[in-house]
Design a protein around this ligand. Structure first.
Ligand code: FES
Ligand code: FE
Length: 378
């Protein structure tokens, strides 16, 4: 079946891209296991031995802090017989990482330091059986990891890609996200393909229909034009709005370095493949996605405030509630869409209206990643 669309409409990806396990497997290999993935907030690992495990593509990754206080990432697989080392999502080990199966023990730099009866096996080279290290970079206060043998340039593919949306590097640096404190974290288990979540975040055609609170604060969103539509564009708060809160009431002091022209504005950035950054004058909201299956994506959303706001115990609930509602409204929409991706109606896709045309760039990017890869065409 071929689709003939008027010139002003563009086809979306066909439905199977959102439902086919084989497409998801290719995405794991060529996207999530090849690009830089925002894994863990650095401050969550508050001392040596604190760890967090995250799913990156098909691998479980441990992010921890070593004795020197530096972040380290390893594949969560014991080199002996392959048991998962850390079975908890987060925790703290006293000194070393010890496998729960036969007690091989690794230090916090991944070196194999002890194994029962190893003295009787002199042929085991301890240096060769350390944990497999994963590349790690810190930015915006988060540990970003990359499973590729030769990671792509972090400066180009992460920082550059984010800055491109804002127009200049200073715009994002002024929020000093790495110095902010965690006011709230909410984890959403979304029964939808990760691309539906990205596409939804990129457009605002749905804002007037499903986001009554957000369009009250950002009236231009009611027209359907997303802040991402124009480079460097921040959506302006409505005239009677005092702050980025669920009822438009006052928020907190403007973050110290945020410029006058950034005041009373909301900026949205997608850092492919799995991060959304939302900037408002008094806080930053950062979404990290963990695609677990073709129809399931866990999203961790952090609300970050000036340390003084969090330390003083000030109530942030009106501030958090605005984007929490937006998240719930968005994810419900994605979950309503997911089952229909398997319908015969969507076999050759749907359409993008003109205000959504920039989503086509995401589709082109995705198809390029799935096609042009050293291991061969899809
Ligand atoms: Fe880890 Fe045996 S599998 S010690
Ligand atoms: Fe939305």
């Amino acid at each position: 079946m071929t689709t003939h669309l008027p010139a002003s409409l563009i086809a979306t990806l066909p439905g199977p891209y959102y439902t086919d396990p084989e497409v998801f497997r290719l995405e794991q290999e060529r996207i999530f296991e090849s690009m830089w993935i925002c894994a863990v907030r650095g401050a969550d690992l508050d001392g040596p031995g604190a760890f967090r495990t995250v799913q990156v593509g098909r691998e479980s990754v441990i992010v921890t802090r070593n004795r020197a206080g530096e972040l380290r990432a390893f594949l969560n697989v014991c080199r002996h017989r392959g048991a998962r080392l850390c079975t908890e999502e987060s925790g703290e080990v006293r000194r070393n990482l010890q496998c729960p199966y036969h007690a091989w023990t690794y230090d916090l730099d991944g070196k194999l330091i002890a194994a029962p009866n190893l003295v009787k096996m002199p042929d085991v080279d301890r240096t060769a059986y350390g944990l497999v290290t994963v590349a790690l970079r810190e930015w915006l206060g988060y540990a970003w990891v990359c499973l590729a043998d030769e990671p792509p340039s972090f400066e180009e593919t992460v920082i550059g890609a984010a800055v491109e949306r804002l127009g200049d590097a200073a715009s994002i640096e002024r929020y000093r996200t790495q110095d902010l404190a965690l006011g709230r974290r909410i984890t959403y288990d979304v029964k939808a393909n990760w691309k539906l979540i990205v596409e939804n975040f990129m457009e605002c055609y749905h804002c007037a229909t499903i986001h009554p609170e957000l369009t009250e604060v950002l009236p231009e969103f009611a027209d359907g034009y997303a802040a991402q539509y124009y480079v460097g564009h921040g959506a302006e708060f409505g005239s009677g709005i005092k702050g980025f809160t669920v009822d438009g009431s006052a928020g907190f002091d403007r973050l110290p370095e945020v410029a006058d022209e950034q005041d009373r504005r909301y900026y949205a950035i997608t850092v492919k493949p799995t991060v959304f950054v939302n900037l408002v004058p008094d806080h930053v909201i950062l979404h990290r996605m963990f695609p677990l299956a073709e129809d399931r994506t866990v999203v961790e959303c952090d609300w970050l405030y000036a340390p003084g706001v969090v330390e003083s115990g000030t109530d942030v609930s009106r501030s958090v509630e605005l984007f929490h509602r937006v998240n719930v409204q968005d994810f419900e929409a994605c979950e309503r869409t997911q089952p229909a991706m398997a319908s015969r109606v969507y076999r050759s896709g749907g359409v993008l209206v003109p205000t959504e045309h920039h989503i086509e760039l995401f589709h082109t990017w995705l198809l390029d990643r799935l096609r042009d890869h050293p291991s061969g065409p899809a």
